[in-house]
Write a protein that binds this ligand. Structure first.
Ligand code: DX5
Ligand code: ZN
Length: 222
């Protein structure tokens, strides 16, 4: 099973984003945390910024929308050319319809679950999504500690994905480092967001390589 490492630019230098995305060119996607100060108590950047990032990034964007009313706003990020657009289940009024719209524009469609959100309602809908993001911290801020209590959701998702045969990527986001990535991979994740454990280091490529190595050793293919 291939693993993917998606560094989060939430921990990057916001005035040097072009140089920061160049630093992580050995990664699979740039994880872009869009926060609206309503769905989460923090504010980052919006569509105009993401459009510029899309123009200069050497690798595709993995947009994580922590915002209210994604039914209205998410398609714009797909139209901007993002490789993947993930919205929150708690915020969407019609998740399946929105995912279909994102796919029709040409993006991968992802659905995200906060730590307290149950996964069971989505296990029978895996055909509709290209990615399920299991949040491993409360969304809003980088640098928090990994919540191992979320791992049973990954087990359920991995079992449902295997049983159905759908190639849905299972992403984790929050507190991922070279130790917790092993736990998440053991639990069934294959796509890993890492902010502070990549960007806080001078050699980002080395950090990406280390995370990839540990995740691969613990992936379900082994
Ligand atoms: C949190 C964001 C994460 C964040 C992760 O709400 O969704 O993507 O950047 O940061 P770390 O890896 O530092 O926990
Ligand atoms: Zn994120």
């Amino acid at each position: 099973m291939a693993v993917r490492i998606n560094p989060s630019i939430l921990s990057a230098d916001f005035v040097n984003l072009e140089a920061e995305v160049a630093r992580i060119r050995s990664a699979d996607f740039v994880h872009v945390d869009v926060m609206d100060n309503h769905f989460v108590p923090n504010l980052t950047f919006g569509l105009a910024m993401v459009e510029r990032l899309q123009a200069v990034s050497p690798i595709p964007l993995d947009v994580h929308l922590m915002m209210d009313d994604p039914d209205r706003w998410a398609p714009g990020f797909a139209e901007a050319g993002a490789g993947s657009v993930t919205f929150h289940a708690e915020a969407a009024s019609d998740a399946v319809a929105l995912a279909r719209r994102l796919r029709s524009i040409g993006a991968r469609a992802g659905i995200a679950l906060k730590p307290g959100t149950a996964v069971e309602p989505y296990l029978g809908q895996l055909a509709e999504f290209d990615q399920v993001l299991v949040m491993t911290v409360e969304p809003g801020f980088g640098g928090q500690s990994f919540l191992a209590s979320t791992m049973p959701k990954l087990g359920l998702l991995r079992a449902a994905a295997t049983a159905s045969g759908f190639d849905v990527w299972l992403q984790v986001d929050g507190g991922i480092n070279e130790h917790t990535i092993a736990v998440a991979a053991d639990s069934g994740a294959d796509t890993f967001v890492a902010g502070s454990s990549v960007f806080a280091f001078d050699d980002a490529a080395e950090r990406i390589g280390l995370l990839r190595e540990v995740a691969t050793a613990h992936s379900h293919a082994h």
